[in-house]
Ligand binder design. Structure first.
Ligand SMILES: [Cu+2]
Length: 117
């Protein structure tokens, strides 16, 4: 199924015909350096606006690969990350360091799969 996905990077285009405006909001909780969620893949549809709301018991710098979005989570306040799912494919979110340490975690915390519309 995944092999049928086309991975490509297209410029964000504004299409007047599509019903933009709907936001897919997903709440994620990190504790013990893991995302507390049974399903390790978040599935969205191309063109959707995605809002990830992160709570974490520890400070960490996270990185959404492919879209190349880096952001910080911390116990102080929820971190909100918003992006338009323009590129299809499977994209890992990895840690670039927990607790202020720098370093690239090799294990994905979670994946985002963007399906063609
Ligand atoms: Cu990374």
């Amino acid at each position: 199924m995944l092999a049928t996905l086309l991975l490509f990077f297209a410029p964000v285009s504004i299409n007047a015909d599509t019903d933009e405006g709907a936001v897919k909001r997903i709440a994620l909780v990190i504790s013990g350096r893991k995302v507390q969620r049974d399903e390790k893949t978040i599935r969205v549809t191309q063109g959707e606006s995605v809002e990830l709301v992160w709570q974490s018991d520890e400070t960490a710098e996270l990185h959404l690969h492919g879209y190349d979005i880096s952001f910080e989570v911390s116990p102080e306040a929820p971190a909100i990350v918003t992006f338009q799912a323009h590129a299809t494919g499977r994209f890992p979110i990895t840690s670039h360091g927990f607790g202020g340490q720098k370093g690239h975690g090799h294990e994905a915390l979670i994946y985002i799969e963007v399906y063609p519309r």
